[in-house]
Design a protein around this ligand. Structure first.
Ligand SMILES: NC(=O)c1ccc[n+]([C@@H]2O[C@H](COP(=O)([O-])OP(=O)(O)OC[C@H]3O[C@@H](n4cnc5c(N)ncnc54)[C@H](O)[C@@H]3O)[C@@H](O)[C@H]2O)c1
Length: 343
């Protein structure tokens, strides 16, 4: 999947230069219709190294300073899940277009505050549920729209990580929950396919493995969502798979329709890499070619940049973010209380 670049230019800043933010920095610097102006991270060394590598003129450790630069028209925000509200509201109030990393928020109040700021500002707000740009998910949407599959009835979605993610990759795992970290990707896809909102949510979670390691967040969630149109989504996610697995992501998605079936299973796609130290399965869907990021994350960020340049509405707006946040918060609540949540 490739992206055509809309003509024009947007001056760009990136707040948060960690794992995901560094991808935004790289992609914004490569886009011919964006100029990467500034990078901000609490860790000055991280911000400075990224700015130097990708040609950004300004380096900040305080995002207020980046937002105070009038020449910056759009920002990516890639801070930990629970820190999205304050900076997003401030960026919108400063008149910037905002590409906010998923999840939008970890509370409905936070998402509502961002939507209010967005509607007042009149700028763009996109939430980066980038999996919509993965080829199997994008082409399934096209088949649904054409009617080739009939109507979608139910889906099964699994998205798991190894323990590497909550124990080593993320310093803030205890501040989030799997519905915000992983399930949200597949919930966004299901909602996009079904074309309606969640009506009833039941969920179960358990805390055993990570709790013993002193990380206060559940190991897994099993969630059933009944949608307004009668469709059903089953979502499961864990982040306690053994690190000995060759790839840190385990994923499967099945969609049953009145006239068809879709099975998205990356497992048969094999790209094994073995060195003397390590054996791994390399990613197929998003990767680097000659040092440049390619794939769905690049497509999603370029979509946002194009929207800033042309003035068109991004595919996933603040309104989508608020609806999805309501469902994700309900999943966490249903698992904690053992009661169904009706939306
Ligand atoms: N779309 C996707 O597929 C995808 C993939 C991974 C992560 N994410 C999301 O991206 C966001 C960032 O995740 P990550 O994996 O990059 O986390 P990370 O921990 O690697 O990076 C977060 C960065 O934010 C910086 N930071 C924290 N507080 C700050 C502040 N107040 N001001 C400036 N910088 C600050 C940290 O120093 C760190 O460098 C999360 O919301 C996560 O869920 C999305």
């Amino acid at each position: 999947m490739t992206t055509a670049y809309a003509q024009g230019n947007v001056n760009y800043g990136v707040i948060g230069a960690g794992l995901q933010g560094s991808t935004h920095i790289s992609i914004a610097s490569l886009a011919p219709n964006a100029t990467l102006m500034a990078v901000c991270d609490l860790n000055e060394e991280t911000a400075r190294a990224a700015a130097l590598k990708h040609g950004a003129r300004h380096v900040f450790t305080d995002w207020h300073d980046l937002l105070a630069l009038d020449e910056i028209e759009a920002v990516s925000i890639a801070l930990p899940d629970h820190l999205h509200r304050e900076v997003t509201v401030a960026a919108l109030e400063a008149g910037k277009h905002v590409l906010l990393e998923k999840p939008m928020a970890t509370s409905v109040e936070d998402a509502e505050a961002m939507v209010e700021a967005w509607k007042t500002a009149g700028t763009k707000l996109m939430i980066n549920w980038s999996n919509r740009w993965m080829p199997p998910f994008a082409s399934t949407k096209e088949k649904l729209t054409s009617g080739a599959l009939g109507d979608p009835l139910y889906c099964y979605a699994r998205l798991n990580n190894t323990t590497y993610v909550p124990t080593q990759m993320l310093s803030w795992a205890a501040q989030t929950r799997l519905p915000y970290w992983l399930i949200c990707h597949r919930y966004d896809i299901a909602r996009w396919y079904f074309g309606c909102e969640a009506k009833k949510i039941t969920a179960v979670s358990r805390s055993v493995v990570l709790k013993e390691m002193g990380i206060d967040t559940p190991d897994f969630y099993q969630v059933t969502v009944e949608f307004e149109g009668g469709q059903v989504g089953n979502f499961e996610s864990c982040w306690i798979l053994p690190e000995s697995l060759p790839y840190m992501v385990d994923s499967k998605f099945q969609l049953v329709c009145t006239k068809g079936y879709v099975n998205v299973d990356p497992n048969p796609a094999v790209h094994q890499l073995a060195t003397e130290e390590r054996y791994s399965h390399e990613g197929f869907l998003s990767n680097n070619i000659m040092g440049q990021p390619v794939g769905f994350v690049r497509c999603a960020i370029e979509h946002f940049i194009n929207c800033c340049v042309t003035g068109s509405e991004p595919m996933i707006t603040g309104d989508d973010g608020l609806q999805i946040t309501r469902a994700l918060v309900a999943m966490v609540e249903a698992a904690e209380t053992g009661e169904a949540v009706y939306l």
